[in-house]
Design a protein around this ligand. Sequence first.
Ligand SMILES: [Zn+2]
Length: 336
Amino acid sequence: LCEVEHSTSGAAYFLGLDIGGTKTEALVVDQQLAACGWAKERTNTAAPDALVVNIVTTASKAIAAAGVSPDDIAAVGVGIPGQVLPASGVVRLAVNLGLKEYPLQDALEAAFHVPTILENDIRLAAFGAFERLHRETSKTKRADSLAYIGIGTGIAAGVVLNGKLYRGARGMAGEIGHMVVEADGALCNCGQRGCLETIVSGPGILRQAARLLPGANVRHAGDVYRLAEEGQSEAKEIVSHISRHLAQAILWLLLTYDVTHVVIGGGLTRAKTAFLEPILGELHRQRMQSPLIAELLGSTQISQLPPEDNAGLWGAIRLAQQQAEQGQGVEGRLGD
Ligand SMILES: [Zn+2]
């Protein structure tokens, strides 16, 4: 349980924020990472300054719910659905938040008066999923690398290597949604055709359903999985198409990063076994064909993120904690 202490020794709490296109969540934890206060608000995407006010309000509510003062917060970690430039904290291409290019880290740091660090939400979910795995696995068999695949309105991956979040030079490592998998496929938001995202994503699945299941009442991607479970043959075809592509994406990540764990999360995975089983079936088929793939998959754990696990929010908390640890006595923009 959370221990609220009003010590004189300084700030002792961390604040994590998960900013989505529709809702923003904030969580305050103590030094032992026990939850102290939580808040959730609708995200205001009307304009950048409205978004900043909205984020700060949500944070204030979580701080109030924790029964602490803003001065008790040591650092803030924030997850954003967009590209975060590593050096400047400028957010780019966050289309769901209406931000094309905006210095959000500076704006939030000015409001919070403590070190504030931003990261792409999928990368943070990878970090959060890794932390949970790390806690759960025994000390002798500790996880040290993981790839997280997040599927929602798009698809992307986050990678943790040797216990550290791997961002890449531009913060784009793991953007597998824009690997082209179908020549002359559907047009993607990125300008290319046939990206993985045009097939494996909420909108991608709805488009396939509109073509193959024109009469069916499909409103969410999950409806396609339900129809497939009921034995509807076109729905089964769509699910197997998605699963083949996801199995391929898992193999790309394994061949590129050689991680020991792959975790899949996001709205689509709520279909539980109906979601994971056909992917594992496809991977099994590939394993039978290739000793190389068999070797690779033999010691890899593939799992689904439990739906109640807000990995993104926990990743934000851990990022804040790391920031506070590094910020003490270290030079650089966060130390000055
Ligand atoms: Zn694309």
